[in-house]
Design a protein. Structure first.
Length: 319
């Protein structure tokens, strides 16, 4: 009997190989009833890291394939000046040509995530008229310039490319890769690299998933954002994916990072289990972000009298 594979993909380099392992471990641990074929996009990856990832995946009766990306296709893509990402951020725009034509649908994850729920039902979504399914990135486009560059009207929605169910058949039929590369090479003020390219090409052609599928760690959404209370409750209490999207990463030696324990738990199940947490390069910025998160959390639930206390504490950071 032919095995049914669920296709999953991600991109990594040696700096993020461990985090890639943690993300894959969380996916596999929470989907033991499924058999995956995992496609890892790389430019170069040390043999030791390849072996560790292969060892991890094989323990769950799944397969892993390493795809070497033709970086010549990305030779002219643009990067932002402040905190530019690596070339690996753009790998996902090449998926329709990297993966075999027999694969019509693939689930993409960034490596700085943990997957806490079953993904089986995601693959049942009918995406015939959509390029992909993703979660809205609240607060973007970032500005009027950002909207104009993307040709997204005021009030238009913008998705996060960190987790996507991708309709590869749609991409191939609509020459999407060519369009994505063309936008990525444009002279522009770069806000969010590949994410801008994907939102430009696929505006109005993406299927909105509930926020539980890409919960930004240490971010707050109010109840009024959710059409249904159950959606809010799932996002708050039982998210399917946690995305460690800001600079306060769970592998850093800092206190107060929400959901750090989940990363540490899955790390303990991988070949990198002996990893020692390292100090952040900018601990002051991390501490500020952690403080402001918990300040916002408290301000959401406590009366105005307590707010004045936090205003006084906040002033300490700007002395």
């Amino acid at each position: 009997m032919k095995r049914e594979y669920y296709h999953v993909t991600c991109g990594t380099d040696d700096n993020y190989a461990q985090h890639c392992g943690v993300m894959l471990c969380s996916l596999l641990e929470n989907n033991k009833n499924l058999t995956f074929k995992i496609h890892v996009l790389i430019k170069e990856l040390k043999e030791d890291n390849k072996q560790k990832l292969s060892q991890l995946v094989s323990q769950y009766n799944s397969e892993i394939i390493f795809h070497k990306v033709d970086s010549n296709k990305l030779a002219n893509v643009k990067y932002r000046i402040n905190r530019p990402l690596s070339e690996a951020a753009y790998y996902r725009i090449l998926l329709s040509s990297i993966l075999d034509d027999t694969i019509d649908k693939v689930l993409y994850f960034d490596c700085d995530m943990v997957v806490l729920g079953s993904v089986e039902n995601l693959f049942k979504i009918e995406l015939d008229k959509y390029a992909l399914a993703a979660v809205e990135d609240i607060g973007f486009p970032h500005s009027d310039l950002h909207r104009i560059q993307l040709s997204i009207p005021y009030g238009g929605k913008y998705f996060c490319s960190g987790m996507m169910l991708i309709n590869l058949k749609y991409w191939r039929e609509n020459n999407s890769e060519e369009k994505l590369i063309e936008y990525s090479e444009r002279e522009r003020f770069v806000f969010l690299h590949d994410q801008d390219s994907l939102n430009y090409v696929f505006k109005g052609k993406w299927y909105a998933l509930p926020p539980k599928w890409n919960k930004f760690n240490m971010s707050l959404l109010t109840r009024k954002y959710f059409p249904l209370y159950n959606d809010y409750k799932e996002w708050r209490d039982n998210p399917s994916v946690i995305h460690y999207v800001n600079i306060c990463k769970p592998w850093l030696k800092i206190r107060g990072v929400q959901n750090k324990n989940k990363y540490i738990y899955y790390l303990s199940l991988t070949p990198w289990k002996n990893y020692k947490l390292r100090k952040p390069l900018n601990i002051t910025e991390c501490n500020k972000m952690i403080y402001f998160y918990y300040e916002s959390l408290v301000l959401s639930y406590f009366p105005q009298l307590i707010q004045s206390i936090f205003i006084k504490i906040r002033s300490w950071f700007y002395k």
